[in-house]
Design a binder for this molecule. Structure first.
Ligand code: B12
Length: 214
């Protein structure tokens, strides 16, 4: 953490842990005015505070209501940061679909990832939380999205990521018919063209992520 900003970053982290949504917006603005980099505020103040809340939640020192008000403060703070993280006036370079999978309501990380991707000039269609596999597949198929971002924080919802990937592999979108007698892959063209590896660990496709995003 940049020494100059230790005080204001600690203040932001404390306010997040206490769930002070109004005050945190003022402190985030103060940090920006003092010249702190938006990415540092996110990582060294907000994420720091959320990790402390997470640790306390795990040790049963705080409970769901406290985590929820901290989450609300986090969302308010990231709203303030958003315009500073996004590159103004960047022409969209592609489209992504993002959501949390069926059964998962944790959307803070998803919202952050969305902001980061938007900051790279990618247009993002956000399907929200607790998203049905079929709805994701339909949206991806109907759109020209090149990237699908699936967020799952629970052990029990991880498998829904695989469900979506399997369903996407099986589907045949209107533009994905036969190609020289061979069936074309259901994977978005981007992955094949850019030779990236899939986010799903066991998938052998090379479609990891866009360069420099994650
Ligand atoms: C906040 C929180 C909640 C809030 C969520 C509020 C909200 N609107 O999001 C509430 C109180 C609702 C909640 C509920 C529950 N929670 Co909770 N929660 C958390 C907590 C404390 C923080 C998560 C968070 O937001 N972190 C901050 C963000 C910024 O980090 P992140 O989510 O990890 O996201 C980053 C990366 O993961 C990544 N990322 C995230 N998504 C994506 C997507 C893509 C495509 C990419 C590339 C990257 C990426 O990038 C993000 C930025 O770096 C975690 C503990 C922890 N320390 O993680 C537990 C935790 C996730 N919850 C847990 C549990 C058990 C639950 C409940 C089942 C509790 C209960 N008994 O009711 C419920 C389930 C609700 C549901 N159906 O989803 C467990 C999960 C354990 C497990 N292995 O399954 C955890 C780990 C706590 C614990 N240690 O026990 N929770």
């Amino acid at each position: 953490m940049a020494d100059n900003f230790t005080e204001v970053f600690n203040e932001i982290s404390d306010l997040l842990q206490k769930g002070k949504a109004k005050d945190i917006v003022v402190s985030v603005q103060k940090a920006l005015d003092e010249g702190a980099a938006p990415g540092d505020i996110l990582e060294n103040a907000l994420m720091e505070g959320m990790n402390i809340v997470g640790g306390k939640f795990k040790r049963n020192e705080v409970f769901v209501p406290e985590v929820l008000i901290a989450a609300r403060a986090m969302n308010k703070a990231t709203e303030t940061l958003k315009p500073h993280l996004a590159k103004a006036g960047v022409k969209p370079v592609g489209k992504a679909v993002i959501c949390t999978v069926k059964g998962d309501l944790h959307d803070i990380g998803k919202n952050l990832v969305k902001m980061m991707i938007e900051g790279k000039g990618i247009e993002v269609e956000d399907l929200g939380v607790d998203c049905d596999t079929q709805k994701i597949v339909d949206t991806v198929t109907a759109s020209d999205a090149k990237v699908v971002c699936l967020s799952a924080l629970l052990t029990t919802t991880m498998t829904a990521q695989k469900d979506v990937i399997d369903a996407l592999k099986k589907r045949r979108s209107p533009g994905q018919g036969k190609n020289n007698g061979r069936r074309r892959s259901g994977y978005p063209e981007f992955f094949r063209r850019n030779r990236r590896r899939c986010l799903y660990p066991r998938c052998r496709q090379r479609c990891r992520s866009l360069p420099g995003i994650f």
